[in-house]
Ligand binder design. Structure first.
Ligand SMILES: NC(=O)c1ccc[n+]([C@@H]2O[C@H](COP(=O)([O-])OP(=O)(O)OC[C@H]3O[C@@H](n4cnc5c(N)ncnc54)[C@H](O)[C@@H]3O)[C@@H](O)[C@H]2O)c1
Length: 297
């Protein structure tokens, strides 16, 4: 009787099926396959906000997992020293992976689409998108929140995430091999950061959660998976604007989760690789929270 499933792992036979298939042949020495499921060999991707912070950390992880090329989209005309050193580190790793840089503003829809199309033309595929570009403004009373500031935050954090996902998704559809789109939201999309007046940021991130679910539902049959990834407090340039100027916040934020500390950018390496890879092939329309348990309290 054929199994009641409509798909097969590209690494089949795998798991218990592999164990059963080889059960009667003592000469077969099974090779562990779990890490192969996480491998990104030959995949091509885009990471917006990849010049620094969480974007750069995740771009590096994707390269370490074997991606052919990861293109970092960010604002500066030339990439940061941190980015250049990371590119050099990947070159020295010599695993066939490339880190590339593209200067583009994610709020400019046509520009973002065009940059992704050029990558599609050059590489002949598109597999991964991490939409991580985002901004956070200063503490501002919600009742007098200025319209222009509110629009500016939504333009990057919500519209820019949509334009980036569209740009990569268009190339995924063009090449017909499916893909994985990871929208970087935040725990602030589903909780409010205590004592911080961040109505624009929180609103923008909530929209990203629903964007991921909505896009996942439209694109599922094309095997284009769309999930959101929601980090908790992590020390980067974004949060340094608060933590470096108000040092008491480190203890306060740390005590808001059961682990009693804030996170490190490298603590997103595993989850982004999992989401980008075949290891998460049945995961779409989900929000993955990585917050040290902030929501559990
Ligand atoms: N650090 C945290 O604690 C935390 C927690 C939850 C979610 N996030 C989210 O993670 C993402 C990355 O944040 P981070 O902490 O690394 O901050 P960061 O400020 O270090 O990085 C954000 C990057 O986005 C880029 N960017 C901003 N506007 C852009 C635009 N219009 N076009 C292209 N690039 C643009 C910036 O230049 C910067 O390189 C953001 O979406 C942020 O909201 C961060």
């Amino acid at each position: 009787m054929p199994p009641a499933v409509q798909s097969m792992s590209p690494l089949a036979p795998i798991g218990v099926s592999a164990a059963l298939e080889t059960a009667n042949d003592q000469s077969v020495k099974p090779k562990p396959k779990i890490f192969d499921e996480f491998a990104l060999i030959d995949r091509v991707g885009i990471v917006s906000g990849g010049n620094r912070g969480l974007g750069l950390e995740m771009a590096l992880a994707l390269c370490e997992a074997g991606a052919r090329a990861i293109y970092c989209f960010d604002l500066p005309a030339t990439p940061s020293e941190e980015w250049q050193k990371t590119q050099n580190y990947i070159r020295k790793m010599d695993n066939g992976s490339r880190l590339e840089y593209v200067s583009v503003d994610v709020t400019k829809q046509e520009d973002v689409w065009k940059q992704a199309k050029d990558i599609g033309d050059k590489e002949g595929r598109m597999d991964i998108c991490v939409a991580a570009a985002g901004i956070l403004k200063t503490h501002t009373d919600c009742l007098t929140y200025p319209a222009e500031q509110f629009k500016a935050v939504l333009d990057v954090n919500t519209n820019g995430v949509l334009y980036t996902a569209q740009a990569a998704g268009q190339q995924m559809r063009r090449y017909g091999k499916g893909g994985s789109i990871i929208l970087i939201a935040s725990m602030s999309g589903s909780i409010t950061n205590r004592d911080h007046a961040w109505v624009s940021y929180n609103t923008s991130k909530s929209a990203v959660l629903q964007m991921a679910r909505s896009m996942a539902c439209e694109l599922g049959t094309e095997n284009i998976r769309v999930n959101s990834l929601s980090p908790g407090h992590i020390y980067t340039s974004m949060t340094a604007a608060y933590l470096d100027t108000q040092p008491h916040l480190l203890e306060k934020w740390s005590n808001l989760n059961p682990m009693g500390r804030i996170g490190r950018p490298d603590e997103l390496r595993g989850v982004v690789t999992w989401l980008a890879s075949d290891a998460s092939s049945f995961c779409t329309g989900s929000d993955i929270l990585v917050s040290g348990g902030h929501h559990a309290w």
